[in-house]
Design a protein around this ligand. Structure first.
Ligand SMILES: Cc1ncc(COP(=O)(O)O)c(C=O)c1O
Ligand SMILES: N[C@@H](CCCC[NH3+])C(=O)O
Length: 435
């Protein structure tokens, strides 16, 4: 049986399963809070993107946006699936290199790349740098000359689209910290600067309109806006792009309010609209790149918590508190993001109560779920929160000096610890005495 439209089963004990394993046994074995991933779902998501491009006969690169969840093990899965990897910092770049991702398949982003970040990318001959601003172009020119190197580059453009998502995760709007603005001529100026550069091999354009977007019309609009500009550049400079990167941002289901479309449809609609434009402009089909993060790992991950204290305020609200919160999942506090969950050891029982799930940080805003229907709750029950695979562990923090939770992979009914639980010694490792 599937549970509440999430792709997980309930076993004969009435416990929630992930990847064929009992979540209660996993919680006992590894402790809570615990992030658990069904790796077969991650692979399925990767393949949905890669295979759709193959079926359409379009040359493509699917780069996993590692900001969604970066660790050695997850990047090894991406390598096995043949994906490229997008990084936005020296730390993410270092992790990708350590995970054995071929440097040529790494793309570096960032609106304020440091000299060290750019130098590490250049020294390792990574596949592509997505330049974001004029200051970065200057830095890049100096560093390439210093290292006597060349590198492939895309220009990140901002098409001026308000994607229908939370303001904090919109990136393609006019008033954005990211990219070269298309309407005021900055994108064209960057293009003129890079078009015939001796060390910067200008490959094409990059555009990412935001995250957790369901409507394909926003992506299509981005394609239309890019091609309007490309039509002018073709006329004026006889330019045709080798690569067009349309970023990530494909939405996933967190609660029943979300209705994502299948991943292949995003690709199909994107390719259809690009095909329309290149035929109209009589251009060769560029290589199409995308960089999904959330849609690859989001639904494949759950978080397990142990229920501790409860508080009933008659006529107001029933609180249950768990042993994690905004330290392992910042998204509700940061974006008012909504989640769904289930009492994993009572997953087969009817719901008779409504509770709100609080974390244990010293913050009133540290709430994971408001108004969740559950059976009667006992201290020690295990709560599973769905769809925590993206931007959960990667945005985890040590507020109130909580240690970061462990991460476990499940595949072929075998569980494997892939990130150890932080210890209090780990938390103190950089503290120095002042006595
Ligand atoms: C440039 C860029 N690429 C890719 C992504 C990945 O987005 P998502 O995880 O929504 O697919 C992001 C995050 O929004 C981004 O900023
Ligand atoms: N961290 C965000 C998305 C990342 C945005 C990246 N540009 C989230 O949890 O939804």
């Amino acid at each position: 049986m599937k549970i509440d439209d999430h792709p997980f089963q309930i076993n004969e004990k009435g416990h929630l399963e992930i990847g064929g394993l009992d979540t209660i046994e996993l919680a006992e074995k590894y402790g809570t809070p615990l992030y658990v991933y069904d790796v077969s779902m991650i692979r399925e998501n990767c393949r949905a993107f890669v295979q759709t491009f193959q079926e359409l006969g379009v040359r493509a690169q699917v780069a996993y946006a590692s900001k969604a969840f970066s660790s050695i093990a997850i990047l090894q899965v991406m390598k096995q699936e043949g994906l490229s990897v997008d990084v936005v910092s020296e730390g993410e770049l270092y992790t990708a290199l350590q995970a054995g991702i071929p440097a040529g398949k790494i793309h570096l982003h960032g609106n304020n790349k440091s000299i060290d970040e750019l130098a590490l990318a250049i020294k390792n001959d990574i596949g592509c740098i997505v330049v974001d601003n004029f200051y970065e172009i200057d830095l890049l020119e100096k560093l390439l000359a210093e290292h006597n190197k060349e590198i492939d580059v895309l220009i990140r453009v901002t098409p001026g689209i308000n994607s229908k998502t939370h303001q904090y995760i919109m990136t393609g709007n006019e008033d954005s910290k990211f990219g070269f603005n298309m309407h005021n001529g900055q994108a064209e100026k960057a293009f003129q600067q890079l078009q015939n550069h001796d060390r910067i091999r200008f490959k094409g354009l990059h555009c990412h309109i935001g995250s957790q977007i369901f409507e394909t019309d926003r992506f299509i609009k981005a394609v239309d806006i890019l091609f309007k500009e490309l039509a002018e550049w073709k006329n004026q400079y006889n330019y045709t792009p080798e690569v067009l990167n349309f970023g990530g941002g494909f939405g996933i289901k967190y609660t029943n309010e979300d209705s994502p479309i299948p991943l292949n449809l995003y690709v199909e609609e994107l390719v259809n609209s690009i095909t329309f434009h290149i035929q109209k402009l009589n251009m060769p089909m560029p290589e199409i790149w995308i960089e999904p993060g959330r849609s690859i790992v989001g639904n494949a991950g759950i978080t397990l918590y142990t229920v501790g204290s409860t508080k009933e305020i008659p006529g107001v609200r029933n609180y249950i508190a768990v042993d994690g919160g905004m330290t392992d999942n910042l998204r509700p506090a940061l974006y008012q993001a909504k989640y769904h969950g289930v009492i994993a050891n009572k997953a087969g029982l009817p719901n008779t109560k409504e509770v709100s799930v609080a974390g244990k940080c010293c913050e009133s805003g540290d709430m994971l779920i408001w108004d969740l229907a559950t059976p009667e709750i006992d201290h020690g029950d295990i709560l599973a929160v769905f769809s925590t695979g993206a931007y959960g562990y990667s945005m985890a923090n040590n507020y109130n000096r909580f240690s970061k939770a462990a991460v476990v992979f499940v595949e072929d009914e075998v569980d494997k610890l892939i990130v150890k639980r932080e210890t209090y010694k780990d938390i103190l490792r950089n503290d120095l005495s002042y006595e």
